[in-house]
Design a protein around this ligand. Sequence first.
Ligand code: ZN
Length: 334
Amino acid sequence: MKKYSLDIVGCTGAKEYLLSALEGGYVSHAYIVEGAFGTGRHRLVRELIKAMACENDTAPCGRCGSCIKIDAGVCVDIYRIKTAEGKSELTVDLIRGIYDTLGLMPNDLPFKAYIIDDGEKMNTYAQNAFLKMFEEPPSNVYFFLITSDASKLLPTVRSRALVLRTEKLNREQINSVLDREGVPDDAKRKAAVELADGSAGEAIRIYNDDAESVNVRAVSDKLVEALFSPGSDKLGFINLHHKNIRKTDELCRVYTLVQRAVRDIMLYRAGAEKELLYFSSSEALEEMSLRVSDKAVMRVNDVIDELLQLADTPLNPALTMTEFASRIWDCHLL
Ligand SMILES: [Zn+2]
């Protein structure tokens, strides 16, 4: 009997289900894979396809012709349909295009797989066209509809396929993905992991090309420190903003992070044992939590909410910074 394994970090529920479906021979012809960007949706599908296609008894082996072609992304029996560059909708033409190849015999694998990206971007016409195939796929065809939000799909589409979910990863899981992908373990990576909000893909993206985000973290560290540690004053706090931030959208990005620190402090004060969103250890958090009242943390959080709602409003950045920095400082003393 074939033995299966799926090399995926996280997604415990989906993984357990797929392993028993593989072993029991009841892998379905259509799945909806729902989860946030960078949480392993494509990897889940790729590992499953490899396991199904692998020519060896311990599947996927990573060495046979099928495994190698799938890993290299050159398998002609795997079709990927996604939104055209610069377009916000997955159009009915793209979905109808599937019919052109649907009846063809597979070349490399014993079956064909269609991976539809950005499922939530299908308009109603596209979804209806898709539904026809989804309902009665040919026996050697598998459909994987990848989406960040299955609730945007028509109920008729949702009811035809099982939903597999990928979940946000904790820092340890993100680090193990980054190890696997060969991302060097340095200070930049640490900052990227903390900014990535549970998404390994996002951590890799930030590490590779978003030097600015890492800087945003450095600025927010300074503000959090000034706000919740001894030895700073209101003018110094306001000046920190003017020295480090130029535009309103930068201000909002910095405060998105500061708000995560505030939530950590709030939850800590409430005695809730939640995974930390901002702080990397509870020691710094503990010290800062002791210096503010519950009321102060809640008010600071409210003012940040107010600030973040202004993200898309054209404002004078210098005035906005002074006003909000001043209000946040006053609130934190409550
Ligand atoms: Zn193989």
